[in-house]
Design a protein around this ligand. Structure first.
Ligand SMILES: Nc1ncnc2c1ncn2[C@@H]1O[C@H](COS(=O)(=O)NC(=O)[C@@H](N)CS)[C@@H](O)[C@H]1O
Ligand SMILES: [Zn+2]
Length: 412
């Protein structure tokens, strides 16, 4: 699947401190330590109801990681999937009498457009589950052959499940207790009550074909993949057995990233699969998480069609910390518009206070677990000083503009 168009990232002189990020598995903010090439897998959308502001907030957070790593001189090998076959997509297509393939393509195209408008740097590989079907079924076959997976005792539908006990570390990524895992498994696509499984938490790897359901031929028999294994196959085959960052929203902590890590580690024997598991807080509306099931969604494309500057959407979402569950309000957008107007006025001045301290502040705050509230406040302070005509540095505005673009992705 083709990825989306990139934007140029201005080079900013100097170098900041190493990026430190919260890691769910250790519960601590720790330095990231990528090699020359940082390896990042961020889960992509299930292509319907795209792109709501919750999606946008999550992809913006990992766009900042991408930008900070580049600013530190790393290449970033960024891979993202599209879950273009899965129960929720089939259910939505059925609800709307839509063809599930057409729905997926339409929504993925809209997502790419929105990501471009928000100036999110594109993944190098943007891979749909359907186009990766061969590699997914191959991975499932190997897990089955190794004994890490098994067929459930159901003569009609001998579906393939992963044995969550095989790595001996199941739960290390989320640190959830059994009761929480069972609840989230049931709420988020799992089937803990299915009879014949070795453990209720064992996740589905391959669902044998049911009448009327799309299915693909494979050595496992006709069927389609479970949700988690698609991400494992796509990540392992492009990034290798150990990556720097596996990212997504906090609703992916369990079962999705726990199971994905277990699948990878059972297959490769390399632990941990990801050196950082990083998760974003949920964007809400009217007191509820913005979600497809609730239908309380605000769409990037709708705001764009109303003439809203995508940079203002970006600034509004970055005004809150990425790990905080927070509400979207119209006021946020108004504040962001006013903020950008001040910043634009400041960078249009013939001279301003030196921007070197601003660059240092931006790098320091972003390296501190993406502290965007402090980063944006540092720009506010520089712009305020500039607007009080307290600056005489003729190069300051260009440097400020480039740093705000390169590090925050905001174009003034
Ligand atoms: N309200 C929200 N706030 C913040 N992030 C959200 C919100 N709703 C969904 N997300 C995040 O947006 C990303 C895409 O969500 S999704 O469309 O449901 N798709 C999936 O979760 C799977 N396709 C991942 S493989 C996920 O990281 C999810 O955690
Ligand atoms: Zn995923």
């Amino acid at each position: 699947m083709h990825t989306w168009a990139s934007v140029d990232v201005p080079l900013v002189p100097g170098e900041g401190p190493p990026l430190r990020l919260y890691d769910t598995s250790t519960g601590r903010i720790r330095p990231t330590a990528p090699g020359r090439e940082a390896l990042m897998y961020v889960c992509g959308i299930t292509p319907y109801d795209a792109t709501h502001l919750g999606h946008a907030a999550t992809y913006l957070a990992f766009d900042l990681v991408n930008r900070v790593w580049r600013d530190l001189g790393h290449e970033v090998h960024y891979v993202q999937n599209v879950t273009d076959i899965d129960d929720p997509l089939l259910e939505r297509a059925a609800r709307d009498q839509d063809d599930w393939v057409v729905l997926g393509m339409r929504e993925t195209a809209l997502f790419r457009e929105d990501m471009e408008a928000l100036r999110v740097l594109p993944p190098r590989h943007y891979i749909g589950a359907v186009e990766a079907m061969g590699e997914i079924s191959e991975l499932v076959g190997k897990l089955l052959a190794s004994g890490a997976a098994y067929r459930v005792d159901d003569p009609q539908f001998p579906d393939v499940y992963f044995d969550a006990a095989v790595t001996g570390r199941f739960g290390y990524e989320s640190n959830y207790d059994e009761e929480t895992m069972l609840r989230f498994s049931a709420e988020r696509g799992g089937d803990p009550d299915r009879p014949g499984k070795r453990s209720p938490l064992d996740p589905l790897l391959w669902r044998m074909a049911r009448d009327g359901e799309p299915h693909w031929e494979s050595d496992l028999g006709p069927g389609r993949p479970g949700w988690h294994v698609e991400c494992t196959a796509i990540a392992l085959n492009r990034l290798g057995p150990q990556i720097d960052l596996n990212g997504g929203g906090s609703d992916l902590i369990f079962p999705h990233h726990e199971c994905g890590a277990a699948h990878a580690e059972a297959f490769t024997g390399v632990h941990p699969f990801a050196r950082h598991y990083t998760h974003t807080g949920m964007i809400g509306l009217d007191g509820e998480k913005m979600s497809k099931s609730r239908g309380n969604l605000v769409f990037v494309s709708k705001l764009r069609s109303q003439g809203v500057d995508p940079n203002a959407i970006r600034a509004a979402l970055l005004a809150g910390h990425y790990r905080t569950d927070r509400a979207w309000t119209g006021a946020l957008l108004e504040e962001a518009d006013a903020r950008l107007a001040r910043w634009r006025e400041a960078v249009a001045l013939p001279a301003a206070p030196p921007a070197d301290d601003l660059v240092t502040a931006l790098r320091t705050h972003l390296a501190d677990d993406l502290d965007t509230p402090r980063a944006l406040a540092a720009v506010d302070a520089w712009a305020a000083a500039a607007l009080e005509r307290r600056g005489t540095d003729g190069d300051a505005t260009a440097l400020a503009r480039d740093a705000i673009d390169a590090l925050l992705g905001i174009r003034l």
